[in-house]
Write a protein that binds this ligand. Sequence first.
Ligand code: FE2
Length: 284
Amino acid sequence: MFSEIQKVTDKAMVFLQKKALSALYIPKQKLHMAMNNTTAPKVQLLYDLCKTTFTPSGLSSSPSPQPIHKLCSLLDTFGPADVGLKEESPDDDRGHGFFGLNRVTRWAQPITYLDIHECDNFTMCIFCFPTSSVIPLHDHPGMTVFSKVLYGSMHVKAYDWVEPSCIKESQEPGCPQVRLARLAADKVLTAPCGTSILYPKTGGNLHCFTAVTPCAVLDVLAPPYREDLGRKCTYYVDYPYSAFGNGAQISNGKEEEYAWLAEIETPDDLYMRSGVYVGPSIRV
Ligand SMILES: [Fe+2]
């Protein structure tokens, strides 16, 4: 009797041991992936996610919220060190302050552009701004753009076109036409903060950046600018609604929420230089 019980107990022990070991066992391939994920730099994870998310036309016409949410969640965790940058202190800056220089002088401050990766489907890049530097109002035709402020503070003013389009002839020299746009954002983003997204027709597809302090922004653009495919960057100036407003229909909101935008040439004094990305390299 005892030996029968002993046999059953032994069998049970073997079963339990096997069960316990199988719980600990991780297939080699999965282990490799897990190790890669813990050691892969964030910028590699971002690249991998972009590669699976974007098509040559950017996001699909009716994107599900899941890939956008994933991208935002990952971008939200980025700091300057993840892309090889060191946070610049406002004390190192030139002390001009946000409104301390006139418009032309502010535009003359150099902005550094760092290219991380560009392919047919998306661009990953960084803009580093000294205090008071400005990227003037410009558009992203047919594009979705994710922007994450890595350090510092930046003022963003953004518009979307009013649809159907409302266009007027202008008397301004050099600006034959103006088109009505609605303010989508007029705010200061200070790191650490969440990721901003603009879409082809919403979220502030036309925007202007002004550095309140030294700051840097990590951008993902999908698809990239491609002039031959109709995705050209155009610059604008904005006029208050009252400048050309009479007769134009405002269906909702107040006059202060609208502006007339006129196309301009790329400003001569937009001083942007390219720098070298020194963050973790990515495997493509
Ligand atoms: Fe932009």
